[in-house]
Design a protein around this ligand. Structure first.
Ligand code: FAD
Ligand code: SF4
Length: 480
């Protein structure tokens, strides 16, 4: 074998590493951790792709991005065209390139991954979208011929944004109603700046505005306006509900009302949306704990722990009731958290919080657990060990054990079927039990992922178009 062939083979085996901020430095700032590929690095990684005749990677992508198609354009050096290729089916590429769990989706299917490391599809997606934006190469498609139909989208998370972008591109007049003062849903208020810079969310929302989507902020549908009013008085022909699953769960243990015990939802919203980290420039109060306990083991727990560290905590401990093997957070997030010095206590759960004379939390009483038989999720059930308790000193507890459906909108809207957990029931295409009303994302599936919410939005947009255009075989909606 020639040296050249050997080199090529070696290059095929391993991914081009992503440059990152040094762990020591980044634990004290909110700047993004991975720094992104240079054009040379992106092209080297793109050349690893085999350009398969049957690209199985596409089957792993809920919005069916033409993965070999955009990667080929990167190899050819036409980076803006690569971004446009992604946008044919995905209106939020810079976001997905950062936060999608590609290792469980396109990358897990990648043929190269059968023998070596799969192609770094997410990093390449991020590169193409960043290049296009940073070099002012974003092209907004010419406005479509107006269809003369109006669609209201409730909630501006990834599900709502996808519906809005796809239908606007087809010529619908789309208005998004959002409860918060900024659009983006969890992308804006949940996922921290160091994983997803807010300027990027704003830029991708800006693209939708250019497509003609209108945003009405501070509109809590169900309170300030109802779905019936949108349909019957405001003249919308269809409503899409994408309100997410943002009602935080607590454990119902003593002491959860003490000062310094937050839900992850509230903690991250204060930090991200209300920019508590930029105090005094932004006047948002937040407890800056010195000894922080985070309860839970998912991505939300990792985000909370790493945010607390950046807000000045000396020691941050994640309390998780199962073992390391069952941690639901992405491996990359756990790795980043550990690199930054976050500690993990496995097989333990708080049973009570103890407060001081001012009503502020000062200790968590925890019980040791062991793993029993697998439960409905297939993971081994944590079983408390009697009498095995210990105290952890803490001045800030962040509860990140999950969240559910907020009944604010669903309880008001008559005729919408809910399942027993309070989520909306829809068919495959996102149709609810009420005529002219569709739904998708976390409010249907329970807490899931950005790309699944986008996939649901895409299917609903297709169905809305099918119904409102009266065309049994309409063209596929696309954002780009
Ligand atoms: P959401 O993003 O929740 O958006 C719903 C929007 O509706 C919100 O803006 C809300 O204010 C608005 N709304 C609610 N009620 C009303 C009302 N009555 N009227 C008007 N507006 C309303 N997924 C990943 O893929 N990768 C990750 O790395 C990742 N990290 C995460 C980190 C955190 C901290 C959290 C909380 C979630 C994370 N997720 C991640 C999950 C992902 O963000 C969600 O699955 C996704 O955002 C769901 O999208 P959605 O459009 O259904 O709802
Ligand atoms: Fe490229 Fe992997 Fe997709 Fe094949 S499966 S086209 S190697 S990304």
């Amino acid at each position: 074998m020639s040296d050249r062939t050997k080199d090529d083979k070696q290059l095929r085996k391993t991914r081009v590493p992503m440059p990152e901020q040094d762990p020591e430095a980044r634990g004290r700032n909110f700047d993004e951790v991975p720094l992104g590929y240079t054009p040379q690095q992106a092209q080297a990684e793109a050349r690893r792709c085999l350009q398969c005749k049957k690209p199985v990677c596409i089957d792993g992508c809920p919005v069916r991005v033409d993965i070999p198609g955009f990667i080929k354009l990167i190899v050819e050096g036409d980076f803006a065209a690569a971004a446009r290729k992604i946008k044919e089916t995905n209106v939020l590429p810079a976001i997905c390139g950062r936060v999608c769990p590609q290792e469980e989706q396109c990358e897990v299917k990648c043929l190269l991954g059968k023998r070596w490391e799969p192609v770094a599809v997410g990093r390449l997606e991020r590169f193409a979208a960043d290049f296009e934006r940073e070099h002012n190469l974003v092209q907004v498609p010419a406005p479509a011929e107006p269809i003369g139909k109006r669609v209201a989208v409730v909630g501006s998370g990834p599900a709502g944004l996808t519906v809005a972008g796809d239908l606007a591109a087809l010529g619908y007049e789309v208005t998004v109603f959002e409860a918060f003062h900024k659009p983006g849903g969890v992308l804006m208020y949940g996922i921290p700046e160091f994983r997803l810079p807010k300027a990027i969310v704003e830029a991708e929302v800006g693209y939708l505005k250019e497509l003609g989507v209108r945003f009405e902020m501070n509109q809590v549908v169900g309170k300030t306006i109802t779905i019936e009013e949108l349909l019957n008085e405001e003249g919308f022909h269809a409503v899409f509900i994408g309100v997410g699953a943002g009602l935080p769960w607590f454990m119902g243990i003593p002491g959860e009302n003490l000062g310094g015990v937050y839900s992850a939802n509230e903690y991250l919203t204060r930090a991200n949306l209300m920019k508590a980290y930029a105090f005094p420039e932004y006047d948002t109060p937040i407890v800056r704990g010195r000894q922080v306990c985070v309860v839970g083991g998912g991505n939300v727990a990792m985000d909370s722990a790493r945010t607390a560290l950046r807000l000045g905590a000396g020691k941050v401990t994640v309390l998780y009731r199962r073992s390391r093997d069952e941690l639901p957070a992405r491996r990359e997030e756990v790795h980043h958290a550990e690199e930054e010095g976050i500690r993990f206590e496995f097989l333990c759960a708080p049973v009570a919080y103890l407060g001081d004379e001012r009503g502020m939390v000062k200790q968590a009483r925890c019980r040791k657990m062991e793993l029993g038989e697998p439960d409905a999720s297939g993971r081994r059930r944590p079983v408390p060990l009697d009498g095995e308790e210990f105290l952890v000193d803490t001045d800030l507890v962040i509860v990140a054990i999950g969240s559910g459906a907020n009944p604010l909108l669903t309880k008001e809207a008559r005729g919408l079927d809910l399942n027993r957990r309070g989520y909306l029931v829809t068919n495959e295409a996102g149709r609810t039990s009420q005529r002219q009303v569709w739904a998708g994302g976390d409010i249907v599936t329970g807490s899931a992922t950005v790309i699944l919410a986008m996939g649901a939005g895409k299917k609903a947009a297709e169905d809305v178009h099918r119904l409102l255009s009266g065309d049994p075989h309409p063209t596929q909606p696309s954002g780009g």
